[in-house]
Design a protein around this ligand. Sequence first.
Ligand code: ATP
Ligand code: SF4
Ligand code: MG
Length: 326
Amino acid sequence: MALLEVKDLCVGYRIFEGHLRVLNRARLEVDSGERVGLVGETGCGKTTTVKSILRVLPTPPAEVASGEILYRGADILRMSHRGIRDLRRREMTAIFQDPLQSLNPMFTVGTQLRDILKDSMGGRGRGRLSRREIEARCIAALHETGMPDPERIMHNYPSQLSGGMRQRVCIAEALSREAQLLLADEPTTNLDVTIQDQILRKLDELVDEKGTSVLIITHSMGVVRDLTQRMYIMYAGTMVETGRTKDLLAAPRHPYTQGLMESVPRLTGVGISDGIPGRIPNYLDPPSGCRFHPRCVHVMPVCKETAPEFFSVGEGHVVACYLYRS
Ligand SMILES: Nc1ncnc2c1ncn2[C@@H]1O[C@H](COP(=O)(O)OP(=O)(O)OP(=O)(O)O)[C@@H](O)[C@H]1O
Ligand code: SF4
Ligand SMILES: [Mg+2]
C-alpha cells in the first residue's frame, strides 16, 4: 500500500465570476521512504494539491468536489478534525513557499520550536525530556539547517529575521517533527540562488538520515533531478506524466513535458511556460477533453472530446496522451 495516494481529486474555487475548476482528477502516490517531485508551471494547482492533502484549503472559496486522499489507506477528506490534527502533528509536516504562512509573528523562534518538539511527542515532551534537552534539540535543529548563531535566533521574532533565515526556521520546524511525510512546496523560492542550493542540500541530507518520504514541489528541473526518484508533471490541474525521474528527464513523452524540457536552459529564475506557446487555461471554462489541447501541436479530434487515461510507455512510466494509445 502506498503511504499517500491521491485519487481522482477534483477541487475548485468559488469566486465572484463563477466556479474555477482547478484540480481535475488529480492523481498522485508517494511510497514509504520515496522522494517524489511535482513540477508544473505557475497556476497549475500544485499548492492546491498540497493544501488538500494537509486539509488546510480555505473553504470557502475552495471546494473539494470529489476524490480521495488516502494516507496509509485512510481517507484524509473524511477524517474527523481530531484525526487530521493528529496526522498533521505526528505523521506529516510541510514547508511552504512563504515562510510567514507557517510562522506565528507573535512568538519567538524558540517558543515555536519548543512547542513543536513537545507537540510531536504527543504533548509529553516535558515528561520525557528535560527543559535543557529540549532547548539543546531546538538549537541543534536550527544549526542543522546552517543557521548562523542559533542560540541568539531562538530569542528572535520572525519579523526580525531575513527571508532566508525564516525559511531555515521553517525547515528546522518541519524536520523537528520526526514526520513520515514531508510536503515541501517550493521551499526555497524566495531565497537567493546560493542559499537555495545550500538549503536544498541540507534538506536532502536530513531526509536521507531520517528516511522521510518527501513530496517536493518545484519549478526547477535541477531540483527534481537532484532530489527525487520519481516525478509527476502537472498541467492545468491534471497529472499528465509520471515515471522515474531519470527516465522522464531522459525521454519525456507528453507534448507538454517535452515543451518543458526544451525550456530547461531558460528555467532558472523564470516561469516554466516560457518554452511553450500559449497560456494555462482559464479555469472558469477549461478546455474539454485533454486540457492541453489548445496548446498542443499534435492535437487530434479525440483530444477535444474525452480526457485521456494513462497509457504505459515503460516501467512505471505513464502518460496521459492519446499519442501513446496502443
Ligand atoms: N484562494 C484562492 N481563491 C481563488 N482561486 C484560487 C485560490 N487559490 C488558488 N486559486 C486558483 O487555483 C489555481 C491554482 O493555484 P495554485 O496555487 O494551486 O497553483 P500553483 O501550481 O501552486 O502555482 P505557483 O507555481 O504559482 O505556486 C490558480 O491559478 C487560481 O486560479
Ligand atoms: S491527448 Fe492530444 S492534445 Fe493532449 S497532449 Fe496528447 S496529443 Fe496533445
Ligand atoms: Mg504554489
